[in-house]
Design a binder for this molecule. Structure first.
Ligand code: SF4
Ligand code: SF4
Length: 96
């Protein structure tokens, strides 16, 4: 049997340069898309707090929508919204 490597001899894995996640478009995983109703929104920012991907776009203290390049479609924003200003729709609805 070949001699096993020590931890010092094993190459470092799983590391890449800082900031590389910006190039990783996690939105491509999405099966459901959040649809935002600006008229219902009271700008409580709960969706911004729970979004695991920082995909809630805020401008001048107001939610303006979702960044679909990174939104994974988890639905956490829709679940927590107290006024149902976000609904989840199947991604297939938007495919041509
Ligand atoms: S949780 Fe709903 S009401 Fe609150 S900011 Fe988000 S979309 Fe607007
Ligand atoms: S569906 Fe999930 S990832 Fe997308 S905006 Fe809502 S909380 Fe963020």
């Amino acid at each position: 049997m070949a001699k096993l490597k020590t931890w010092k001899e094993i190459p470092i894995g799983g590391l890449t340069e800082a900031g590389s996640s910006a190039r990783f478009l996690t939105g491509s995983w999405r099966v459901e898309r959040p649809i935002f109703d600006k008229e219902k929104c009271i700008n409580c920012m709960l969706c911004w707090v729970v979004c695991p991907d920082m995909s809630i776009v805020v401008k001048d203290g107001k939610v303006t929508g979702m960044d679909l390049d990174y939104c994974k479609g988890c639905g956490a924003c829709a679940s927590i919204c107290p006024v149902k200003a976000i609904t989840m729709e199947p991604e297939t609805k938007f495919q041509k």
